[in-house]
Unconditional design. Structure first.
Length: 162
């Protein structure tokens, strides 16, 4: 399973093409979890303010100039960050794009000075949980009060060589 080269670029979450990818992720989650509102009062916050500079970033991945995936980094207390908003467009699935996106988000988190990455996923996303566990995320307690998530993971980010 090989993936074409992906060009990852930081992009404000409310600018295109980030806004369209983020909306597609929201639509998919709402369909998967019976109308779940990611902006509801019970949900952890992950908007442009949380997922932007100076402590976060929103990335868009491009394949041959076409935006195909997105994801974000959000600051947490104690030197940790949370990986949020991971989404791969349907046409790009099954080719390793999500793994490449996760690796890039981890690299950007290291560049921002984070030593721990955390994330969560829900019960209807077993494929995401498997990918996270295969990438070295170990189960931890609920760190963000997400009422929908059933897997909470953490990974120590080792410094990049060099």
């Amino acid at each position: 399973m090989s993936v074409t080269v992906i060009d990852f670029r930081a992009c404000p979450m409310d600018d295109e093409p980030a806004a369209s990818l983020a909306q597609a992720m929201r639509d998919e989650i709402a369909a998967m979890y019976d109308g779940l509102d990611l902006d509801g009062p019970q949900m952890p916050k992950a908007g442009p303010a949380e997922c932007g500079p100076p402590y976060g970033v929103f990335l868009v991945g491009f394949e041959d100039g076409t935006p195909t995936c997105c994801g974000a980094i959000k600051q947490l207390p104690g030197g940790a960050c949370e990986i949020k908003k991971m989404f791969v467009a349907e046409a790009a699935r099954g080719r390793g794009v999500a793994r490449a996106l996760l690796a890039e988000l981890e690299a950007r988190a290291r560049d921002l000075g984070y030593t721990i990455a955390r994330l969560d996923t829900g019960p209807k996303q077993a494929h995401a949980r498997r990918m996270y566990e295969n990438a070295g995320y170990e189960a931890i307690e609920n760190f963000n009060a997400n009422p929908v998530a059933t897997f909470f993971g953490e990974k120590r980010l080792t410094p990049a060589p060099g």
